[in-house]
Design a protein. Structure first.
Length: 498
């Protein structure tokens, strides 16, 4: 069959955990989930087209034109909860023109499988990972259409929405590498990117920890073998000229021995690549950090969450402030740049406790910080608390089209949503406006593109996003029109976030 996968653009939502300006500059990442679906379908013998409309800045008509040229038998989309209405809008438009079946997947299907398929434009949903479901679905579409034989499938039959069981155990080692040959790898970047080409990787699924705010908390941990991980890194390096990778695992160093083997493999194959990862504070020690640094690790993103022990305990983080101080110091001593993720509006949060958190972040003197608004994500303990105390499931209504985009209740804190927003912006400006930080950050910039990306991000955070963006565009347009110089053309490109 001919399978078309589309990753559509999406706009900022008020109910998101990041501020609008942070979301704008955070990064442009490859749609890895769809790239995996593509490789799984290709492995089963099907022809696949993957259109990253968001990165390529394509309109619906642009995508429709490409699809008509490709002539697909079925379309696939990733339906995250955040962007569900916008993806549905794209599905409606494209399906009306092409009149072919639509299959959707993503984490949202695990939470609201039947609600997602109540929309007539969606024909099938993949509840679990695509590894078994997608090849069997395509086989049935080619043949007898016995969809009850497809594992982990949501489908419609005689006006009823049905869900099939998925008895197969997922072995992450069996997955092929994502189909990066279908992606514009030269266009991806994130805020601290130093090299091009850039991509992201996932080397393990799940996280056994049980933080109250995380959707992965308590899920089964399934890592890929060190050899397979290094094989994928080598493919990225040699086939796609990738020189920087961000490993998106919930916790990359969960198995220290595995990380050591991966680092040894990178060095043995002489892969000149730099990479970043996410880690818990208590998952690394000096020996492991030195090994990671020698293999190209340049940044580690730590989930610190708060500078107040009582709040760390409330969110079930399982770490102590002194552990945080010790680990961050060790990371810096090894030459790796630490980033800290912090929560705004966590359970028990007040203005006073959050100001202590910002003070703690300054004490740590992290290279990067992110202050995220504590959000009741679907299936998390905080989501269950929100539903119980408000009597409403906002996300379910959002999927069904019965809820507008609005801030979600936070019954676990006395802070209002407006106060949470103001505290988040205050924290970013307060942290990044220190002269010492600005000088150090500027000296660590490795490219002119990185400098302009960070400079415009900082300016927009200080002032209004719209005003600064327009002024920057007018500045560039004026000089480009006046002189047509290469320099100003480059500034025009660099001044865009991504």
């Amino acid at each position: 069959m001919r399978v078309a996968l589309v990753f559509n653009p999406f706009s900022y939502k008020v109910h998101e955990e990041n501020l609008r300006i942070v979301q704008k500059y955070f990064g442009m990442f490859p749609p890895l989930s769809l790239a995996w679906v593509a490789s799984i379908a290709e492995k089963a013998g099907h022809k696949v087209s993957l259109i990253d409309a968001r990165t390529l800045r394509l309109t619906k008509d642009d995508v429709l034109s490409r699809l008509r040229e490709f002539k697909p038998d079925i379309m696939g989309f990733m339906m995250t909860t955040y962007m569900f209405p916008e993806t549905l809008e794209w599905i409606r438009y494209l399906k009306k023109q092409l009149k072919i079946p639509v299959v959707v997947g993503g984490y949202n299907l695990r939470v609201y499988p039947k609600e997602s398929l109540m929309h007539p434009e969606i024909d099938f949903g993949v509840v679990e990972h695509a590894y078994y479901t997608v090849p069997q679905l395509l086989k049935q579409l080619e043949g007898s259409e016995n969809f009850n034989e497809v594992p982990g499938l949501v489908y419609k039959e005689n006006g009823e929405i049905k869900i099939t069981p998925h008895p197969q155990k997922i072995n992450f080692n069996d997955f092929p590498f994502p189909a990066r040959h279908l992606l514009p790898n030269d266009l991806y970047a994130e805020f601290p990117t130093e090299r091009k080409n850039f991509t992201v990787m996932v080397t393990s699924l799940g996280c056994p920890r049980k933080c109250l705010f995380c959707e992965a908390g308590g899920t089964s941990y399934s890592p890929r073998s060190p050899k397979i991980v290094v094989d994928e890194i080598e493919e990225c390096y040699k086939k796609y000229n990738i020189r920087e990778i961000d490993i998106f695992d919930y916790e990359f160093p969960a198995d220290r021995n595995r990380v050591v083997e991966i680092c040894n493999g990178i060095k043995e194959r002489k892969l000149d690549i730099i990479w970043a990862c996410r880690s818990r504070i208590d998952s690394v020690n000096e020996d492991l950090l030195l090994k990671m640094k020698s293999a190209g690790c340049r940044r580690i993103y730590f989930g610190i969450e708060s500078g107040v022990q009582e709040i760390l305990d409330r969110v079930n983080k399982g770490i102590k402030l002194e552990q945080i101080r010790k680990t961050i110091k060790t990371v810096k001593d090894t030459g790796i740049r630490p980033l800290g993720f912090f929560l705004v509006g966590a359970p028990g949060e007040t203005k006073k406790t959050f100001k202590r958190t910002v003070k703690f972040a300054k004490e740590l003197d992290l290279d990067y910080v992110q202050f995220s608004k504590c959000l009741a994500k679907p299936l998390t303990p905080l989501w269950k608390e929100m539903v119980e105390k408000t009597g409403k499931d906002y996300w379910k209504d959002w999927i069904l089209g019965k809820a507008d985009d609005r801030p979600l209740p936070r019954p676990w804190t006395a802070l209002t949503n407006e106060e949470v927003d103001k505290l988040a912006k205050w924290a970013y400006v307060n942290y990044h406006s220190r002269l010492k930080f600005l000088l150090k950050a500027t000296l660590k910039v490795r490219s002119i593109a990185e400098f302009f990306r960070k400079f415009f991000g900082y300016i927009e955070m200080l002032f209004s996003q719209e005003k600064v963006s327009k002024e920057a565009e007018h500045f560039v347009a004026y000089h480009d029109k006046a002189s047509k110089l290469w320099w100003y053309k480059k500034i025009s490109k660099w001044s865009r976030p991504f």
